[in-house]
Design a protein around this ligand. Sequence first.
Ligand SMILES: N[C@@H](CCC(=O)N[C@@H](CS)C(=O)NCC(=O)O)C(=O)O
Length: 209
Amino acid sequence: MIDLYFAPTPNGHKVTLFLEESGLEYHLIRVDISKGDQFRPDFLIISPNNKIPAIVDHMPADGGMPLSVFESGAILLYLAEKTGRLLSGELRERHVTLQWLFWQVAGLGPMLGQNHHFNHFAPQPVPYAIERYQVETQRLYQVLNKRLERVPWLAGEHYSIADIAAWPWIHSHQRQRVNLDDYPAVFNWYERIRTRPATERALQKAQQV
Ligand SMILES: N[C@@H](CCC(=O)N[C@@H](CS)C(=O)NCC(=O)O)C(=O)O
């Protein structure tokens, strides 16, 4: 059984998407980040950077004590290795997957997050920041579009943890002031993932918390 410390945000959805795809049993624990639950001492032991998602695996492969993991990219990698799902064991495909996973956690997520912040949460408008993150957002969508013009999935031929990491951020495209009509290959990929039964279940679970 996996405990998933969760809030219904893009980084949270990555892990429910994986768990629903893999069929691993899990228990959702809501962390209300709007009320400061992420700073509670018991949560900080699991997630010292005070952010969701985080997991505790009560049955790790080594048979030892429960194992906790924070950072969504590390969680996806851990779960992929635990289950043998959604990350190829073949050298080249595995490393293409990991490149796109790292691209997401180091670039797409943080930049779209800043876009979101300056468009919706900044206490006063900061035109330079709005412009900077909008331009960077469009550039990243263009990179994604070019990749998906060539191959059906980020890793190439197979759906993987790289797609799972990127999709929840694209799911918020309207909040980033992005029109998916401008990125046809991204739109096609987005719809193929949106209509997967596991994605539908993951989003329903998120609504329940
Ligand atoms: N790099 C982290 C980012 C996680 C993150 O930004 N989580 C947000 C919600 S999407 C959060 O918990 N924010 C609470 C806070 O910053 O206090 C990851 O990929 O897991």
